[in-house]
Design a protein around this ligand. Structure first.
Ligand SMILES: *[C@@H]1O[C@H](CO)[C@@H](O)[C@H](O)[C@H]1NC(C)=O
Ligand SMILES: *[C@@H]1O[C@H](CO)[C@@H](O)[C@H](O)[C@H]1NC(C)=O
Ligand SMILES: *[C@@H]1O[C@H](CO)[C@@H](O)[C@H](O)[C@H]1NC(C)=O
Ligand SMILES: *[C@@H]1O[C@H](CO)[C@@H](O)[C@H](O)[C@H]1NC(C)=O
Ligand SMILES: *[C@@H]1O[C@H](CO)[C@@H](O)[C@H](O)[C@H]1NC(C)=O
Ligand SMILES: *[C@@H]1O[C@H](CO)[C@@H](O)[C@H](O)[C@H]1NC(C)=O
Ligand SMILES: *[C@@H]1O[C@H](CO)[C@@H](O)[C@H](O)[C@H]1NC(C)=O
Length: 504
């Protein structure tokens, strides 16, 4: 890998970084007022001052960390694939679907030459580990098994496999088996010890520090065939892979017994890339700028942008539309000892539609486990649509924003009607007229305050150009939004019960 990285002295590197990101940073400030004061993802529930102000902070966290590492020059184009898992039985009428998560994962693992590094929540690639006494020989269980076997084969070949996972009483049989046989090293992270709550929720794989996956899919057979997932797989891209690798290094370090958040992360895991200084790379045919965001705030090293700051940045820099597809959405925390109101994203969306005439569309997943209170949150958001102003006032050319909310519901799978915790839209992404954001977190406060997550943010390097990567993600959104699995929020009452329109 060293061959492909050009190491340059610090001073010239700063100049290079400024030049290569110049166009982008210039465009970035249009319509955005950077706010120096805040770390918006303040994890102290008693200190909500900055969280409830009407401004939308851009990450200022980089200020206290000098840029110490050198930028990476990615000379050859990276192969970028938008990948998704489509629950079996839907989108069978010729709709365009992207390459599958499982084919990308197999390509990653089968192509590994020296190392595979994984960050994961839980493990159930085999049907027998599904839980709830579930067993099945259905062919939809095979892709998970095949991926697990590919990992075993890589381990047997002597490829170094490191797995960071969320802690669980008794562990997970699959990673325990990999470890017992010497095929993988496994570390478990207990976020209660670091953050008082939270989990490791990231789903990422880095191979040879050259190739990687970032997205919503868990290491679970259902995430390959029975749950709707979205992610990015990138090949031959050491600069980006190494930057994701630094996030994995942080997890690895936090996985040793009695680990504590250090006062300062070592430079070796600190990134130079963030919202203010993204990395220039060629993804397939186009020049893009890319950075990775991370949560919780304690797990960021160097210039790493917080995941919530990245999301707010993307919303605040949209000029036409904001399209969001997320499994769960709540302007609150959900898992704190004392939950509190957390309106950062909600405010940014309302502000975008009201103040900047942006067209906001939010498509949330709906399944049997959807919390009842989410419906009123969604209604509240969409209700503003009625009273969005047309600006400038009185002008016949005035422009009005919109806010529209729909729910995406995956119908049951005929062969196995009762797969536990499946048949849901688990994708977590956002696309605007100029930016793609691919994430791993649900959109409630907890995920940005105390839970491990990661986001990948992609824009055209020249902000006057339309990015194919952004366009392709928007095609996915529009497909889902217009599909017959998607229904307006008003098809449900405030408690989430379906309203039979014939009875109205
Ligand atoms: C799937 O990946 C292959 C290989 O990278 C690529 O040629 C093809 O265009 C991709 N298909 C879609 C629908 O993105
Ligand atoms: C699983 O099976 C065991 C033994 O039959 C039973 O006691 C238990 O309640 C079952 N669990 C679930 C979640 O169905
Ligand atoms: C799966 O197949 C095996 C072998 O044919 C059989 O013993 C087992 O009962 C099957 N399990 C299910 C859940 O169908
Ligand atoms: C995680 O840490 C907390 C606090 O120390 C402890 O109560 C809990 O049992 C731990 N969880 C696991 C799965 O070890
Ligand atoms: C939102 O408001 C616009 C008018 O600005 C209207 O055309 C549209 O139907 C509304 N959408 C919903 C979902 O109410
Ligand atoms: C968020 O996503 C995870 C899976 O990644 C899911 O299990 C969980 O129930 C989701 N919802 C909430 C409200 O946390
Ligand atoms: C969507 O439409 C297709 C046919 O166009 C139909 O087979 C399918 O059942 C529909 N799904 C839903 C959820 O209505």
């Amino acid at each position: 890998m060293v061959n492909s990285l050009i190491v340059v002295p610090l001073i010239s590197s700063l100049v290079t970084a400024a030049v290569i990101s110049g166009i982008w940073v210039g465009a970035y400030y249009i319509g955005v007022k950077p706010n120096q004061k805040s770390d918006s993802s303040n994890s102290d529930p008693t200190n909500q001052g900055s969280a409830s102000t009407a401004s939308y902070p851009v990450s200022a966290s980089t200020a206290s960390h000098p840029v110490l590492t050198t930028p990476c020059i990615q000379r050859s184009p990276c192969e970028y694939r938008l990948v998704e898992s489509i629950p079996w039985g839907i989108f069978t009428n010729g709709e365009k679907v992207m390459n599958s998560t499982s084919s990308a994962w197999l390509d990653l693992v089968n192509g590994a030459e020296s190392s595979i590094e994984i960050a994961s929540f839980y493990w159930s690639l085999l049907a027998e580990d599904t839980g709830d006494n579930f067993t099945s020989n259905d062919t939809s269980t095979f892709e998970g098994r095949d991926f697990y076997n590919a990992l075993i084969n890589a381990g047997k070949k002597g490829i170094s496999i490191k797995i960071a996972q969320n802690t669980a009483v008794g562990g997970y049989p699959e990673t325990a088996n990999l470890e017992k046989n010497g095929w993988a090293q496994v570390r478990s992270l207990n976020f209660t010890n670091f953050e008082g709550s939270g989990i490791l929720h990231t789903k990422t794989m880095v191979v040879d520090r050259k190739h990687f996956y970032v997205g919503s899919a868990n290491y679970d057979w259902r995430s390959l065939t029975q749950v709707k997932e979205l992610g990015a797989a990138v090949f031959n891209c050491p600069c980006l892979a190494d930057d994701v690798g630094k996030i994995l290094d942080v997890y690895w370090q936090m996985g040793v017994p009695n680990a504590q958040i250090p006062d300062k992360w070592p430079d070796s895991v600190a990134t130079v890339y963030g919202s203010q200084n993204p990395l220039s790379v060629r993804l397939n045919q186009e020049n893009d700028v890319v950075y990775f965001s991370a949560s919780p705030p304690d797990f960021r090293a160097g210039a790493r942008t917080g995941d919530i700051d990245a999301i707010l940045n993307v919303i605040n820099t949209a000029t036409q539309f904001v399209h969001i597809e997320v499994m769960d959405y709540a302007p609150t925390t959900l898992y704190m000892q004392r939950n509190y109101y957390w309106p950062l994203i909600d405010d940014a969306l309302r502000n975008a539609a009201f103040q900047r005439q942006i067209h906001v569309r939010l498509l949330m997943g709906r399944w049997v486990h959807t919390y009842t209170e989410f419906y009123s949150y969604l209604y509240s958001l969409q209700n503003l649509n009625v009273s969005l102003p047309c600006l400038p006032r009185g002008s016949k050319d005035c422009k009005r924003g919109t806010i529209e909310v729909r729910l995406f519901e995956v119908p049951p799978y005929k062969e196995i009607p009762n797969i536990p915790y499946a048949r849901v839209n688990h994708a977590k992404f956002m696309v605007t007229d100029n930016t793609a954001y691919i994430g791993t977190s649900n959109w409630s406060g907890d995920y940005f305050i105390s839970t491990g997550g990661i986001g990948m943010i992609i824009q055209a390097g020249d902000s006057s150009q339309t990015s194919q990567v952004v366009q392709e993600l928007n095609d996915v959104f529009i497909r889902d939004w217009n599909s017959n699995y998607s229904t307006p929020i008003t098809d449900y009452d405030l408690k989430g019960n379906p309203i039979n329109s014939n009875n109205l």
